[in-house]
Design a protein around this ligand. Sequence first.
Ligand SMILES: [Zn+2]
Length: 470
Amino acid sequence: MFASMEWPPQHSDSFTPNPDQEYWSPELETMPPADRDRHILAKLQQQVRYAFQNSGFYQGFWKDAPVDPANLKSLEEFAQLPILTKEDIRREQEEHPPYGRFLCISPEDIFRLHGTSGTTGRPTVFGIGKDDWDRIAEAHARILWGAGLRRDDTVMVAAVFSLYVGSWGALVGAERLGAACFPFGSGAPGQTERAVEWSTMVKPSVLYGTPSYALYLAETARQMGVDPKEDFGFRFMYFSGEPGASVPTTRRLIEETFGCYIVDQGTMAEMTPWMSASGCRHLDGGMHLWQDIVYTEMVDPQSKLSLPFGEEGVPVYSHTERTSQPMIRYWSGDIARWDMVDCPCGRTYPTLVAGIYGRVDDMIIVRGQNVFPSRIEDVLRGLDEFGGEFRLVLERETGQMDHLTVQAEVLNGAFASQEFDPSVLEPVRERFMAALRRAIGVSVAVELKPAGEFERTQFKARRIIDLRKF
Ligand SMILES: [Zn+2]
């Protein structure tokens, strides 16, 4: 069926389905998994051969691979290519600035230049050609269609427009689909107040941002006397960058606050089209893996070997149609569990059933139990007195075990006294401790803080304060 497959695929930039259609591409989205594996293999054979022929980096990187990159026979052979890490990219780009020898097109053909901010090391640079940018738009339009976006929607993109490719990816997909786009941005002083005003005035039907941003927008609206459910008109929201959209209580909270449904999305900036992990309008938490767009494997964090459905591991991503700067078998460092689920949408993709809920590096081990910050968030948001923000303080004296303290805000209004008095709050503190112990299996210390104690973020929340001495 795909013997004469065109690679990279070309798309008509005027196609959209009829509004009542579930799928942008019924064939690709609902094919039997075995047929899809053949389709993916055909794309990866071309992708890997292309990278091998055009990228000096991959020629060196695959030199000692046990398989022939120019003639891959199976997905199992593909899985024997080495895993690429962020460190590999940094080193290569340092030695061959600015793109490294990843770039397979001439620098004059770069259409967009994006990168990571480099908060944890040297920034990484992505050069993206025009054809690739158009394919990113096509992929995101197709996935947003599955999320429920239609041409008569107005999409407010409330995220920073900068080097960060997330906002642009969110925008370009909605543009390609033909929705009205409102690139509002975020992060400037007073901008959230203006977002409240504009949301009341323009009534966008769809919002893109982070879950933290949505909660902050609601908090700001209420302070201004605006009701996020009555006075805005959001029909759905799509999120990336944080686990919250698949954390059940955070999800409920946002849905109830705005009276809308929400869709969790997002792999990594390096892997744009980063929407290749995305929920649909039916899925209640979690993300389908749109495998024909970006191919995802799940591997064991230690052995790096492939894991079957049902297992928790680290997603490893590969571009399947990238001509400018392909990323092949890229180690995400995230933690997720994958499985086949029967979603009412009828798509036959595997699903990250609880989204991406942690980083390998963020996993806290408390008395032998693996604990992820997203699990703690889920517990706290289920408690009536919770004040909206929290921090996790990790301490360790040399040679000792890790000690975790959960600092949680509590609502002043939940108590008879309007003053914040930790001693009056002792029964609440004990309730928080009991709920956390039930959920994670070990006791952790809890400190209560007045609501508003912690800074609200408009971008990705950093909630771990690591004071460990090594
Ligand atoms: Zn679905």
